[in-house]
Design a protein around this ligand. Structure first.
Ligand code: UD1
Length: 407
């Protein structure tokens, strides 16, 4: 695989930012919005609650100056866990919201207890009944919230809710993911007073008035990482443009340990080259940012299946995120799982098979494995899972020289 590729805007940054557009009661002009199913789903939800959303020359414009319906439609929330982000945004704008329990990728129990306890601490009255969450507050009050775990979604939901709260909210043990920083930037552009995103303490001073905003979504570090692993597994050379190399440190570090060469230019371009004589990265332990992202675990595991030696994966973020293992084993990989640990013993080659994507990143990992496997690999369920987070993955890989097509 050889060539260059521009990395699109980040899925995990754009979703909370779309939710934020509900708050300003004005116009939000958003550039670099990735064309993904999850993004379409959230735009559909914004429309359903009363926002006007349309694309103009590839830029998304959201107008939220109509009345907002506080009943969030059920179906999309059940499909996509991250739609729970509407909870904080609608609450900030309207003082009440009714939303059902979210669904999404099946990667273990993904409770929302920290989202709810944070909002309760700010004065929200929350009733949970018949699969629905009813939340009302009139006005929330700023307070100090200590998260038991640096949850990305809980940090974002509390930030959104706190923008219109009375007084100051301080989130301790906040998630430090770069996408939180992009959300802070957007909220501040519309008039909020937030500081500390990217550190474990985020401070939000509630304000009353918001205005319109224009923003360009940050590049997707997981998509960038996935193409880096695609280059690694195929012994290719790829130049990635429009990346933030700073966000890719853990992936760069593991791929370098495995024998790839990575060069960075101006903080926003990265060249990776692999000669396919990969060595096992000894331990890949997923952690909250700035640790190794759980969203890159499956793709890195695909690479390690053909690396010389043994790698140990420890998944600390989600309880059961090894659905791809069984499928990789069908392709000849040697992997043993015990709880949150997976031992990968590198084999000389993988062989093509018919495999099933069980979640978004696991599906991407199977596509990567198919790039190196001998013979033909068919990955099922791509539309259901992989398209949620990758825009035309097969076309981009084919442009880089992969023999891949959608059937
Ligand atoms: C976000 C990302 C997802 C990524 C994950 C971890 C988006 C849209 N999604 O998901 O791609 O894999 O961060 O980096 O940004 N938890 C609780 N109670 C809560 C909230 C979370 O127990 O109230 C647990 C979860 O079950 C999980 C862990 O905390 O085990 C991390 O979850 P969290 O950081 O909240 O992930 P998401 O925001 O859902």
């Amino acid at each position: 695989m050889e060539g260059e590729l521009k990395v699109d805007g980040s899925k995990n940054a754009v979703l909370p930012i779309l939710a934020a557009t509900i708050i300003n009661n004005g116009e939000s002009v958003i550039h670099n919005v990735p064309e993904l199913r999850d993004v379409e789903t959230l735009i559909g939800m914004l429309r359903a609650i009363g926002c006007k959303c349309f694309f103009e020359n590839g830029t998304l414009i959201v107008r939220s100056n109509q009345e907002i319906n506080v009943n969030v439609p059920e179906k999309p929330v059940r499909e996509m866990r991250s739609s729970i982000i509407l909870l904080g945004a609608v609450l900030a704008r309207c003082g009440q919201v009714k939303i059902c329990y979210p669904g999404g990728c099946e990667i273990g129990p993904r409770p929302i207890d920290m989202h709810l306890s944070g909002l309760r601490k700010m004065g929200a009255r929350i009733t949970e009944a018949h699969g629905y969450i009813y939340c009302e507050c009139g006005k929330l009050s700023g307070t100090e919230i200590n998260l038991d775990y640096p949850s990305v979604g809980a940090t974002e939901n509390i930030m959104l809710a706190a923008t219109t709260a009375e007084g100051v909210t301080v989130i301790q043990n906040a998630a430090k993911e770069p996408e939180i920083w992009d959300l802070q930037t957007v909220l501040n552009k519309m008039g909020a007073k937030i500081s500390g995103a990217g550190t474990s303490t985020v401070r939000i001073e509630g304000v009353r008035h918001f205005g319109s905003l224009e923003h360009e979504i940050m590049p997707d570090r997981i998509v960038a990482g996935t193409f880096m692993t695609a280059a690694a597994i195929t012994g290719g050379s790829v130049l990635l443009k429009d990346v933030m190399t700073e966000h890719l440190r853990p992936v760069i570090s593991k791929l370098t340990e495995s024998g790839c060469t990575v060069s960075e230019y101006d903080g926003n371009r990265l060249f990776i080259t692999s000669n396919k004589r990969l060595k096992a990265a000894e331990v890949v332990k997923t952690l909250p940012y700035p640790g190794f992202a759980t969203d890159m675990q499956a793709q890195m595991m695909a690479v390690m299946t053909i690396a010389k030696g043994t790698s140990v994966f420890i998944e600390t973020v989600f309880e059961s995120r090894y659905k791809h293992v069984e499928e990789l084993v069908k392709m000849g990989a040697n992997i043993k799982v015990d709880g949150r640990t997976a031992i990968v013993r590198g084999v000389k080659k993988l062989t093509g098979a018919e495999v099933m994507a069980g979640d978004l990143r696991g599906g991407a990992a199977l596509v990567l494995a198919g790039l190196t496997a001998e013979g033909t690999t068919i990955v099922d369920n791509v539309k259901l899972h992989v398209d949620r987070g990758y825009d035309k993955l097969e076309i981009k890989l084919a442009r880089l020289g992969a023999d891949i097509r959608r059937v």
